[in-house]
Ligand binder design. Structure first.
Ligand SMILES: [Ca+2]
Ligand SMILES: [Ca+2]
Ligand SMILES: [Ca+2]
Length: 163
């Protein structure tokens, strides 16, 4: 008699456990990571520091292929985050393409992601200088921005909204 009662209790507990497990599995499916693996989260945006080198236009395409855009740096906080990431990740000094360019009109710098005019800037001293009349794409060079020849192969940074 007692055994039968215990058996029933056990069945009830198992049933509840299965229901809870089911709910837990469903919740776990809903909890998504804000950034996919390889990307770094900063203030609701995900950043990819691509260490293979490409021309500015190829870098732009590669970011677009990954549902993102070449980074748009809007604040000093974002700029400092990028610099500290470059400092930590990269042992040797490397240049990274960013989304800033004056391809449409010389000296008129806009961001490729939304064609907005540059507001916050962190130019390398003496830049932008459009050296040899052929520098229309911007990169982070020694932790400051520089206009450079778009054809040069550099690393690059992609940015997109976090999930
Ligand atoms: Ca940004
Ligand atoms: Ca230029
Ligand atoms: Ca320059």
């Amino acid at each position: 008699m007692l055994d039968e009662k215990r058996e029933k209790q056990l069945q009830e507990v198992n049933k509840r456990l299965r229901i809870l497990q089911n709910k837990f599995d469903k919740l776990q499916q809903q909890v998504k990571k804000p950034c996919e693996s390889g990307w770094t989260l900063f203030r609701n945006h995900c950043y990819l520091f691509e260490l293979s080198k490409a021309s500015w236009k190829a870098a732009k395409k590669e970011c677009e292929r990954r549902q993102s855009h070449l980074v748009k740096i809007e604040t000093s906080a974002e700029n400092i985050f990028l610099k500290s990431m470059i400092q930590h990740m990269v042992r040797r000094k490397k240049e990274f393409w960013i989304g800033l360019n004056d391809l449409a009109k010389e000296g008129w710098f806009t961001w490729i992601s939304d064609y907005s005019t540059v507001a916050y800037t962190d130019w390398h001293p003496g830049n932008p200088n459009n050296y040899r009349g052929n520098e229309d794409c911007c990169e982070i060079h020694e932790f400051h921005w520089n206009d450079d020849n778009c054809a040069r192969p550099y690393c690059f940074i992609c940015e997109k909204q976090a999930d």
